[in-house]
Design a protein around this ligand. Sequence first.
Ligand SMILES: Nc1ncnc2c1ncn2[C@@H]1O[C@H](COP(=O)(O)OP(=O)(O)O)[C@@H](O)[C@H]1O
Ligand SMILES: [Mg+2]
Length: 288
Amino acid sequence: MSRIAFLTMDSLDDFVSYDALVADCLQARGVKVDNVSWRSRTVKWDDFEMVIIRSPWDYQQAADEFMKVLEAIDASTAVLWNPIDVVRWNVRKTYLQELHDRGITIVPTQFVQSPTELQIRGMFEVFESDQIVIKPAVGANADDTYWLRPESSPSEIQQIELLYSGRLALLQPFIPSVIEYGETSLVFFDGEYSHSVLKTPRAGDFRVQEEHGSRIQPIEPDPDLIEFSRRALAPIPQRILYGRVDLVELPNGQPAVMELELIEPSLYLSSDADSAARFADAIQRFRA
Ligand SMILES: Nc1ncnc2c1ncn2[C@@H]1O[C@H](COP(=O)(O)OP(=O)(O)O)[C@@H](O)[C@H]1O
Ligand SMILES: [Mg+2]
């Protein structure tokens, strides 16, 4: 029986993962799937034909170490998906600048290394907005992400200055549709559109992750949004097994890329009855 590894973390206790659905599909087709923590010291990557990055959702705490693990997988006989170059490109949100330069609308973003309290406060003027967001260039799960207003206390902003010392920060205007409507995630397998969900934060929060209590519902997006997402993925030269495009609506009504999730996105396989089979089909094609 051929073996595929799903790269995960030591414990998924506090997380919601749907990958068992695709693992079951593959097992039914005679492909054995092992869940392997990226922190495993005993695994032999050569034992697998393919390693699919699925749920290593603590990697941002040790991004360099995680990249070393991916390099080891890449150097083994196992094939890594998505490819390591795609991961390297996607791990830093500076790729958003590249999308912007190619004419793809993104959430307006300023990149600031080690932002000071003054620079952070200056963003209210830069974006002509009374609400801003600061988040790390390397991050996931809304870690270290803050929603600030002019009345945010000096001590809060000073703490953020400390937290971001030596780090690259993204500063953006707060996009109200995130709380009024939500963020739309469009999932693609092997370049083909599969399905979408709308993620709406719980009252009082602005983070759309399920782990922060948001509501996830399947939606049928407008064909324009699917086309826009295709264009957002087009700059990636490599063939990719999976990709998720997270979109929000700007105050002017235009869709904008919040992020491209090409490393370890949740794929919301429970939201569309056929999506696990479509993912399994794509994996089968990549094995050939
Ligand atoms: N500019 C923004 N306006 C409103 N909400 C935001 C903004 N930036 C981030 N958020 C909220 O924080 C979450 C995390 O930000 P995101 O850029 O998706 O990073 P990651 O998912 O990698 O942590 C988003 O899904 C959204 O809920
Ligand atoms: Mg996100």
